[in-house]
Design a protein around this ligand. Structure first.
Ligand code: NAD
Ligand code: TDX
Length: 331
């Protein structure tokens, strides 16, 4: 297939493009606006005969139309993705996550093209620490932040375009990703790069908030599985049984990097901070036979630390502006 990947210069999109080139025969075009979160350096080394980059906005209907006309499938990662930014300025989240997804859906309808929509577990809100239930495909939507509410809105648009117009779409909602090429604004790379620069990790609040970690490579293999074999109109939850609280993750990073496990600072909590996310991936496993390859979070984290250590030139240009924003928020 000729696959169009929106947001392919971002963290998870670029991991997916590398995964596709290594693990399939498909050719790939990336459509990306190159916001502060997009980085062409994440797409270096891809073969010219199978990879093309187009700079542009998913809200640009004419460009989207032209690209859809010459592809067989679209995997839609492009989004404003950071909760803290959405609390500061929600507007770009509405434009890209809602209007951008709408623009792609209208083009998918015109061209009758296969579309896979990438979403997040945050659309389900949060769980109590001791809740025995994890999120499933039937959990009611209950998003908390401007980010997660715009992702929830985009999911609902996809479902409506499937039902009303027969668009050939699937959806997946994944838990927190970690791995190479993640922007230093996000939790794990922020702490790793702080330690590399001799700064202390910054934990919001008490650090008891739980995230369900999955390696970006496993997210990619799951998305390719759904794209190739998922049932049209269906939603699949993607997760790898990786629940850890933030304090545990910071302590693991510090130990792996040869620092005392308590060498971190508590900073202002995130307003409306979701307590816990947890994915039940049974449908994806039982129906499509998918399994994660990175079953060991500690080993995946050690690989990720090694990647940031070896790729300072990739992350250093983002670091000071990111920390200046956090400092202004007392974080
Ligand atoms: P990211 O912020 O690293 O990358 C987003 C990419 O989209 C960037 O390259 C950016 O330039 C591009 N982009 C933004 N607005 C655009 C526009 N209007 N037109 C074209 N390109 C645009 O995000 P990420 O962490 O890689 O997340 C990718 C997707 O996965 C998002 O849809 C996000 O909601 C979803 N997701 C992320 C996680 C996670 O842990 N990071 C978990 C589950 C789902
Ligand atoms: O410095 C920090 N200290 C800290 O304690 C940062 C940046 C975060 N945190 C906490 C907040 C969260 O509990 O760490 C946890 C993870 O934070 P983020 O990396 O900002 O991720 P989160 O808000 O959980 O959302 C992520 O996963 C779901 C992605 O950014 C979303 O795009 C995805 O949908």
């Amino acid at each position: 297939m000729k696959i169009l990947v929106t947001g392919g210069a971002g963290f998870i999109g670029s991991n997916f493009v590398h995964y596709l080139i290594e693990h399939s025969d498909h050719t790939v075009t990336v459509l990306d606006k190159l916001t502060y979160a997009g980085n062409l350096a994440s797409l270096e080394g891809l073969p010219d005969n199978r990879f093309q980059f187009v700079k542009g906005d998913i809200c640009d209907a004419a460009l989207v139309d032209e690209l859809f006309a010459r592809h067989d499938a679209v995997v839609h990662y492009a989004a404003e993705s950071h909760n803290d930014n959405s609390l500061d300025d929600p507007r770009p989240f509405l434009d890209t996550n809602i209007v951008g997804t709408y623009t792609l859906l209208e083009a998918a309808r015109r061209h009758d093209i296969r579309l896979h929509h990438i979403s997040t577990d945050e659309v389900y809100g949060d769980l109590e620490l001791d809740d025995p239930q994890r999120f499933t495909e039937t959990t009611p939507y209950n998003p908390s932040s401007p980010y997660s509410s715009t992702k929830a809105g985009s999911d609902l648009l996809v479902r409506a375009w499937v039902r009303s117009f027969g668009v050939k779409a699937t959806l997946s909602n994944c838990s927190n990703n970690y791995g190479p090429y993640q922007h230093v604004e996000k939790f794990i790379p922020r702490q790793i790069t702080n330690v590399l620069l001799g700064e202390r990790p910054k934990l919001y609040g008490t650090g008891e908030n739980v995230r369900d970690w999955i390696h970006a490579n496993d997210h990619s293999s799951a998305v390719l599985t759904v794209l190739e074999r998922g049932r049209l109109g269906e939603t699949y939850l993607i997760g790898a049984d990786g629940e850890r609280n933030n304090k545990q993750v910071v302590e693991l990073i510090l130990r792996e990097m040869g620092q005392p496990a308590d060498a971190y600072d508590h900073v202002n909590d995130r307003p409306g901070h979701d307590l816990r996310y947890a994915i039940d991936p049974s449908k994806l496993r039982d129906e499509l036979g998918w399994r994660p390859a990175f079953a060991d979070f500690e080993a995946g984290l050690a690989d990720t630390i090694a990647w940031y250590r070896a790729n300072e030139a990739w992350w250093m240009p983002q670091k000071s502006a990111t920390e200046a924003r956090y400092q202004a928020q007392g974080q």
